[in-house]
Design a protein around this ligand. Structure first.
Ligand code: CA
Length: 238
């Protein structure tokens, strides 16, 4: 389930957001201060953060800046929430690294639309859209994976962890991901899970893809990590 961290010191607003987002199928964690939010992010990376600008102590704005400066959180999608509506503030928020900006009060419908738009752009593995890479197709809605073109389409049977791993690879093809990055983005935990765990699930994923002849698409990049490569044209027929 896609987890969103809501950083908001006004508990009534935080609860209202949480109720609406849980109803839409998201898992919600609430933090009331920047310090709590940082602790939460250190523990496990959420798929996205809704970040109130005005917080007691450290502001949401400075927290967003800090996340953008840190390699681990650089790509963490952030939507700033604020009571301010001055254009200069919007610019400041976006310059601090926010992906979008919502002025209170906003409707649940608007919030959901903004969340989906930012996830589609920044973290497509958090959405239920079907993904295709070459002849490999993964559909989160039906939890089906198929591989093949034309007449020969193989159903690929994968476990839940391999499914999430493959989903992440397919939404970020060609890029090399380190074991630590995969733990953060797929498992949501880089602290308590050993990097060796990644290797175990990569092996299982390749075994699942092997009958369809797609196992070589998951490449080991020595000293760096793993990546999913698109096969060269025509190689599917082999
Ligand atoms: Ca506030």
């Amino acid at each position: 389930m896609t987890r969103i961290l809501v950083v908001e010191d006004e508990s009534a607003i935080a609860e209202l957001i949480a109720i609406n987002l849980r109803h839409a199928g998201f898992e919600i964690t609430i933090a009331a201060t920047a310090e709590d939010a940082q602790r939460e992010v250190d523990r496990a990376l959420p798929a996205m953060v809704l970040l109130d600008w005005m917080l007691p102590g450290q502001s949401g704005l400075s927290l967003a800046r800090r996340w953008r400066a840190d390699e681990r959180t650089r790509e963490l999608p952030v939507i700033m929430l604020t009571a301010r509506s001055e254009e200069a503030d919007t610019v400041t928020g976006l310059e601090a690294g926010a992906d979008d900006y919502l002025t209170k009060p906003f409707s649940p419908k608007e919030l959901l639309a903004r969340i989906r738009a930012v996830l589609r752009r920044r973290a497509p593995q958090a959405l239920e859209d079907a993904v295709r890479v070459g002849g490999l197709v993964l559909d989160p809605a039906t939890r089906r994976v198929t591989c093949g073109d034309g007449g020969d389409v193989f159903e690929v049977r994968v476990g839940p962890t391999e499914f999430r791993l493959l989903h992440f690879f397919m939404t970020h093809p060609e890029r090399v991901h380190s074991r630590a990055q995969l733990l953060d983005r797929v498992w949501g935990d880089h602290v308590f899970i050993e990097e060796r765990t990644v290797d175990v699930h990569i092996k299982r994923l390749r075994e699942a893809l092997a009958p369809a002849g797609c196992d070589s698409w998951v490449e080991t990049v020595r000293g760096s990590g793993y990546r999913l490569v698109r096969p060269a044209a025509g190689s599917m027929a082999a």
